[in-house]
Design a binder for this molecule. Structure first.
Ligand code: HEM
Length: 230
């Protein structure tokens, strides 16, 4: 049994056959194109924030350089491989900490399918819940000095032990980001290659940078950095 569904744009390229949603090629292509281009913007934004934050903190940058040099030595050009990625633990902490302060996706919405209690409130079926990682990631009970960029927080697993929902740059639960490993890998490769070759200095201090909370968390003005060959 097949039912034809429109996608709201007059496109009847989506059907349900025996309970399964079937995408026809054009619509599937459009969805894939959408999510790949949006996800590239999110990854690019995350890379920019990481460079900005590392570029502001000489001590953090020194540790990044030390780690990178211990993995690549003087070789500035060979491609980064999966063994290298495993060893770049501190760099991963830097990326995670940047995603804490500036989560690329500032808000996540969920439809409530059944009544449930949250503290002293009942959230009714039919409500829409809005989760705001930008604020959640600044919870002082979980992240001491929440405004401070401190990658070392992620060296221990105490954050995930506290609550799996305290740090959610890639959302959580059954509809979390399917591209998170890919995104972290891409970020690590790009940022490692930058620091293999350059010292980075951020031109503008953090208090000069205003974040625009739109579909993606982006800086209102360009993040300016200066690069010096190492
Ligand atoms: C730093 C980069 C990225 C961040 C911060 C990020 C974050 C997120 C978040 C928060 C969600 C949940 C949205 C919601 O529930 O409303 C999501 C969903 C999703 N992401 Fe990512 N993402 C990133 C990169 C990527 C990449 C590279 C891909 C694909 C290659 C990707 C594919 C997806 C898909 C398909 C979903 C929808 C999953 C579903 O609804 O079941 N993301 N992402």
């Amino acid at each position: 049994m097949a039912t034809l569904i429109t996608n709201g744009f007059g496109c009847t390229d989506l059907s349900v056959i025996n309970g399964f949603t079937v995408f026809q090629s054009k619509l599937l292509f459009a969805f894939a194109n959408d999510f790949l281009s949006v996800s590239q913007v999110m990854t690019a934004m995350a890379i920019s924030w990481s460079l900005h934050l590392i570029g502001l903190d000489p001590e953090v940058q020194e540790k990044v350089h030390l780690e990178i040099d211990s993995v690549f030595g003087d070789d500035k050009t060979r491609p980064v491989n999966s063994e290298d990625l495993k060893q770049l633990k501190y760099l991963e902490c830097c990326i995670k900490e940047a995603l804490r302060l500036f989560p690329s996706v500032p808000g996540i919405a969920r439809a409530v399918n059944e009544d449930f209690r949250m503290g002293s409130y009942t959230i009714p079926k039919g409500a829409t819940l809005f989760i705001y990682p930008f604020a959640l990631h600044r919870n002082e009970e979980i992240f001491s000095d929440p405004e401070v960029y401190r990658p070392e927080r992620f060296l221990t697993d105490s954050i995930s032990k506290t609550s799996p929902y305290a740090y959610v740059p890639f959302s959580a639960g059954p509809r979390n980001c399917i591209g998170q490993r890919f995104a972290l890998t891409e970020e690590k490769i790009v940022i490692a290659n930058v620091f293999r070759n350059f010292s980075v200095k951020s031109v503008d201090h953090r208090d000069k940078i205003k974040a625009a909370i739109e579909l993606v968390t982006r800086p209102k003005d360009p993040l300016r950095i200066s690069l010096k060959l190492r």
